[in-house]
Write a protein that binds this ligand. Structure first.
Ligand code: MTE
Length: 301
């Protein structure tokens, strides 16, 4: 079942000119891929560019459990066993327990969503994800009143993860979202890319994708999801709070202390391609800006 994220954006909406031109390019791009029938009204942010290649997406990765080099995950993640796989859902839920991944898959509606993926190191990719809405999984477990945050943990299995011998991060890798962010329909639990199951280096068998946040929020190979009333600790924030905040929203106006976040380099676009301006909330401003109304995003970054 393939569905693209659509909305009712018209050319007169936010950043009118860019949106207008982007839409024209996307629809042209999709027609070229034989996907025109699925296009419908296409989001400006996701479709202005064609997806990256399978090689870009699976060879240039961050998965520090397998090493800090971009090619380490592809080289070493093959040794991670991903079957059987279960996900513990606990904390403030009606039905806590260990859920088998295949059982979860059977209950969820798998869709295809093309999202721009923006890394804090100022590069980006466009990835066709397959997956289901995190909200569906949380609703299945039954979120209790009082839950305000969702905490995630990655598998920690040192014998299969050579990178965990180094304490670059405090293992297991941890991430978190506020409950309203987690329940937002754009927030995906990805189970595949390009219509195929996730390769290990991309976080098999399931990982988070939050398209308006920097890539490091997209925690891979998830084994635990906990509903809590406290903001959970997150790996990058624990490692360096000055550089990595809890929210991690893509924001061209708030620089990372060591890099400008105003522009990005599209992976695979060639050495001489010009950098592109980064969009507020990675282009999903219309959908998510209201979640942060009244917050000072220079302080809560
Ligand atoms: N999840 C785990 N468990 N370990 C990691 O090191 N790296 C993060 C995120 N999820 C990471 C992780 C970072 S920094 C990025 S940019 C994305 O994964 C990269 O996802 P990709 O390799 O599929 O592009």
């Amino acid at each position: 079942m393939a569905r693209r994220w659509t909305n009712t954006l018209t050319p007169e909406d936010v950043t009118p000119e860019a949106a207008f031109w982007n839409r024209r390019q996307i629809i042209a791009g999709m027609a070229g891929m034989g996907l025109a029938s699925l296009a419908g009204p296409v989001r400006a942010a996701e479709g202005d560019l064609e997806p990256n290649s399978w090689d870009d997406v699976t060879s240039y990765c961050n998965f520090y459990e397998f090493g800090t080099g971009k090619s380490d995950p592809k080289t070493y993640a093959g040794r991670m066993t991903t079957s059987p796989w279960s996900v513990k859902i606990d904390g403030l839920v009606d039905k806590p327990g260990d859920y088998d991944f295949q059982q979860i898959l059977g209950e969820m509606t798998i869709e295809e969503r093309i999202y721009r993926f923006r890394c804090v190191e100022a590069w980006s990719m466009v990835v066709p994800w397959n997956g289901f809405e995190l909200a569906d999984l949380l609703n299945m477990a039954g979120v209790q009143e009082g839950a305000k945050y969702v905490a995630f943990e990655t598998l920690y299995r040192p014998e299969e993860m050579p990178g965990t011998a180094y304490r670059v991060l405090d293992w297991p890798y941890r991430e978190g979202l506020r409950l309203d962010e987690a329940m937002h329909p754009l927030t995906l639990m990805a189970t595949g890319i390009f219509g195929k199951p996730l390769p290990n280096q991309n976080g098999a068998p399931l990982r988070l994708v939050v398209p308006w946040k920097y890539g490091f929020k997209s925690i891979k190979s998830i084994v635990r999801i906990t509903l809590t009333d406290q903001e959970p600790p997150t790996s990058w924030n624990m490692a360096n709070a000055r550089e990595y905040g809890f929210y991690s929203n893509v924001n061209p106006n708030v620089d990372h202390p060591r890099w400008s976040q105003a522009t990005e380099r599209r992976i695979g676009s060639g050495m001489f391609a010009s950098r592109e301006p980064t969009l507020m909330f990675n282009g999903y401003e219309e959908e998510v800006a209201s979640l942060y109304a009244g917050m000072d995003l220079t302080k809560q970054f």
